[in-house]
Design a protein around this ligand. Structure first.
Ligand code: HEC
Length: 162
């Protein structure tokens, strides 16, 4: 499915390039945007769409196309917000003694000797290895999702949880 997503994006990008190449004397940027609003919206390539997709995954466990994220082991809860709270503040006591992490900027970046970056967050979310290379408590699921969704959820956590 992830491959499909990327293929769709690639096709849209190619279409946009082709359109702008044919744009002639018209301003290619505005022509392209106006000519293909549906394609642009479904491409989920804009920063706004990317953040909206990340927010959807964080709060509902589904990306904007309605695809449910899954995990290596069945997760105790299906959404990030269920364990980390909608604002990312965490601190929830979960069965087995685990406490969910604070995912806000101060906790993940400012207060860290090795601040989380986008790739480090993608690794933590998908493999349960933290910014220091240590294994997280396995109550934190090892999430399985498309590369695009993984990017968008990591970008959402890194830039939107204050
Ligand atoms: C079932 C509860 C649960 C769910 C659902 C969950 N997490 Fe976690 N998460 C945890 C716990 C517990 C920890 C802390 C693990 C530890 O202390 O070792 C954690 C840690 C993390 C960390 C590491 C933070 C740090 O300080 O190193 C990140 C990043 C993270 N979660 C992101 C997410 C994202 C994004 C989602 C949704 C895709 C998600 N989590 C869903 C329970 C959960």
């Amino acid at each position: 499915m992830s491959v499909d997503g990327i293929a769709v994006r690639a096709a849209v990008v190619i279409a946009l390039v082709a359109l702008s190449a044919c744009g002639g004397s018209q301003g290619s940027e505005s022509t392209t945007a106006a000519a293909t609003p549906a394609a642009a919206a479904s491409a989920s390539s804009g920063a706004t769409t990317s953040i909206a997709n990340g927010r959807s995954i964080f709060l509902t466990g589904k990306d904007l196309s309605g695809r449910q994220i899954t995990a290596q082991q069945p997760p105790m809860f299906p959404t990030c917000a269920a364990c980390h709270n909608a604002d990312g503040s965490g601190g929830k006591h979960l069965p087995g003694g685990a406490v969910s992490a604070d995912l806000r900027h101060a906790a993940l970046v400012t207060a860290q000797k090795t601040p989380y970056t986008l790739p480090l967050l993608e690794r933590a979310i998908s493999t349960g290895v933290d910014n220091q290379g240590q294994a997280l408590n396995p109550v934190m699921p090892h999430w399985k999702m498309s590369p695009l969704d993984l990017h968008d959820i990591a970008a959402y956590v890194l830039t939107q949880l204050k």
